[in-house]
Design a protein around this ligand. Structure first.
Ligand code: FAD
Length: 456
């Protein structure tokens, strides 16, 4: 038995789930499960004006075939801060969140929204039973997991904040209190800028293995991507790929182009290069080159980089290459024991430790519903490197035996084990468009699961 429209449960209404729902409206019977406001998700749910997009606005349209969709919307916003008329524009993230919410509001009448989280997903006949946190169950043909890639590490203020995006992480601090931020990437920058906006003036130490700070986009210009190409079937290993990058950076410099252009030029090839690596090469990359790659790839908006530069100049931010070895509650707050890179320990007295290791920083997502139960039931498996879930290059879930689980697809950062470069909007929107197309093309072949969207 077949039916025309497949019944699809999208779990998670951040960027990925919302973009898919928008693309599927009218092509499938969609139910979107999202307990928070639909659209912004973790990245664009911030209310802090100092939190800027780290991709120029021109790259942020959710629709690959309508690249100016977001910039046109932005131009019509009376309260948008003045952005440069020419060159790259890094808009506040809250505006992008509002944009997604407006897109959702316009499409919402055609899509069913369940404002609750999903507690479990189980097989039921040829489809699946999705149960939300109220205990209501839904029979569906397909499940799309779009739950993001981040789940906070346990730890609540006053002494340790495991979730840097929880407003409580920054509350209850004396303005002069010294703080330790664990992580030196974009999440640390978010937290530091938010603290300063709240009037926090105390010294901040931030640590990471290498002690490197994020690099920046260029102010006022966004050079065209440097032309980078691989021949059909060419698959450079880790060393060869980095050697190639260095050669191209030198060639670009000789032609007056910055290294940023080379990174942007190679970006469309990254998924292909990653897929060409076996797990030994992928491990080699993660161990030796991940930090350097992330530094060059995930760049700060120039305005944010300017503020970090000022923090360094005034000593407000002290970056240290170290690892948090231990911490204990002391008389003054927390005593943090740092193992410094290169040897030696430092004991730091701070009011609070805030974990800023970001979306790539942990594996707490494995413990979150519904992923934990699906892993236990064998419907999902972690990828070999522990980066996320085991999926095919198209995002179809693979079970522990490596077999495709027909009807379960994964979107976004949890597919990074298969694709690596799948964090930002320009990559996720292509993944979303591909899945929408597969669901649309497959609609006449999907076996009906019985009672459709009716609660069971
Ligand atoms: C702080 C930050 C800033 C970023 N800035 C940029 C940027 O400027 N430009 C860019 O291109 N990329 C940026 N990114 C990358 C960003 O990850 C992607 O752009 C995108 O937001 C990922 O979307 P997602 O839907 O996969 O995940 P999320 O946005 O995390 O959404 C996941 C959603 O799933 C929901 N959910 C979780 N569990 C359940 C459940 N059990 N049931 C129902 N719902 C559930 C959550 O409530 C959440 O709304 C940023 C990321 C972060 C973390």
């Amino acid at each position: 038995m077949t039916r025309n429209l497949p019944v699809v449960a999208i779990i998670g209404g951040g960027f990925a789930g919302t973009a898919l729902a928008l693309q599927l409206a009218g092509k499938a019977g969609v139910t979107l499960f999202e307990p928070a406001p639909v659209g912004p998700g973790l990245a664009y749910g911030t209310a802090e004006p100092a939190h800027l997009l780290n991709v120029p606005a021109a790259g942020m349209s959710p629709f690959p075939d309508k690249p100016a969709h977001f910039t046109d919307w932005l131009a019509a916003q009376p309260d948008a801060p003045p952005l440069p008329a020419a060159g790259p524009r890094f808009a506040p993230r809250y505006l992008y969140g509002r944009y997604l919410q407006e897109l959702w509001a316009a499409a919402a009448p055609a899509i069913r929204h369940v404002p609750r989280g999903v507690a479990s997903v189980e097989r039921a006949g040829a489809g699946f039973r999705v149960t939300d946190t109220s205990g209501e169950a839904f029979a569906v043909d397909r499940v799309v997991l779009a739950v993001g890639g981040f789940a906070a590490t346990p730890g609540a203020p006053p002494h340790l904040a495991g979730d840097p995006w929880d407003p409580a992480a920054l509350e209850g601090l004396a303005p002069e209190a010294p703080l330790l931020l664990v992580g030196l990437g974009l999440t640390m920058v978010d937290v530091l800028l938010a603290l300063r906006e709240r009037g926090h003036v105390g010294p901040v130490t931030a640590i990471s293995r290498h002690g490197w700070l994020p690099l920046s986009h260029l102010m006022g210009v966004f050079p065209p991507p440097w032309p980078m190409a691989l021949a059909e079937g060419e698959a450079p290993g880790v060393l060869a790929a980095f050697r190639w990058l260095r050669v191209e950076v030198a060639r670009a410099a000789a032609a007056g182009q910055p290294w940023q252009a080379v990174i942007d030029g190679v970006r469309p090839l990254v998924q292909r290069i990653w897929r060409g690596w076996d797990s030994v090469q992928r491990r080699r990359f993660l161990r030796h080159a991940r930090s350097a790659w992330n530094l060059h790839r995930h760049r700060l908006a120039p305005e944010a980089a300017g503020r970090i530069g000022a923090e360094l100049a005034t000593g407000g931010l002290r970056p240290v290459a170290a690892r948090l070895a231990d911490w204990r509650v002391g008389a003054q707050g927390v005593e943090a024991v740092l193992d410094r890179r290169g040897g030696g320990q430092e004991v730091l007295s701070v009011a609070r430790i805030i974990l800023c290791t970001g979306p790539e920083g942990g594996a707490a997502w494995r413990e979150a519903a519904p992923v934990a139960g699906m892993l236990a039931a064998g419907l999902l498996a972690p990828d070999a490197l522990g980066l996320g879930l085991s999926v095919s290059p198209e995002g179809v879930a693979l079970d522990a035996a490596g077999q495709q689980v027909a009807g379960i697809d994964v979107l976004g950062p949890l597919t990074r084990g298969a694709l690596w470069e799948i964090t930002a909007v320009p990559d996720i929107r292509l993944q979303v468009a591909g899945l929408a197309d597969r669901i649309d093309r497959g609609k006449y072949e999907i076996p009906a699961c019985g009672v459709g969207l009716a609660p069971i």
